[in-house]
Write a protein that binds this ligand. Sequence first.
Ligand code: IMP
Ligand code: MG
Length: 179
Amino acid sequence: MSPDPRLGSRPVGRIIYSEADIARRVEELGREITTAYPVGDLVLVGLLKGSVFFLTDLARSIRRPLKLDFLVANSYGQGKASSGVVRVQYEPAIPLTGRHILVVEDIIDSGRTLGFLLDRLRSAGAESLAVCALLDKRLAAPPPELRFVGFAAPPVFLVGYGLDHAEEFRHLPYIAEVD
Ligand code: IMP
Ligand code: MG
């Protein structure tokens, strides 16, 4: 197989989830979510930037009315380990009171980022609050709101389909390991 021209000079390791694996699972999650919210106003809140591709694919696989908004927070610097410091840069502009909030997250690692953001969202007066994560490394106890998970991911550093290392590799259509 010829090398992926998206990679430039920096190689990635093994492909863990192919484009087809991701598409299949996202479609299933969309069906699960459609069934789980028979009534009420649903707002998908995507945590950027990591969830960008997952959010847009997932939203289009949900067959019911919904609204989209974003939450931009930073917990990582340039490295591969969570700094534990979360800075919120953008919060949903759509009113969340009385609505079903579904937080869409790329990956749960230590769970610190999500824990911090859920604390803020719990006070928004929502009808319900749940989380849909594409990947869960299962390194920590999940928050009670974690309701939908795409894949139980191996405890390695992953890139692609939104996931970055130092802002690179987000646009890979598959998810691969970096060494
Ligand atoms: P946590 O606070 O340790 O759970 O980290 C969550 C955030 O760190 C995710 O939303 C990602 O942006 C980033 N992250 C965690 N693990 C990985 C990884 O394997 N690859 C890329 N980013 C990751
Ligand atoms: Mg990141």
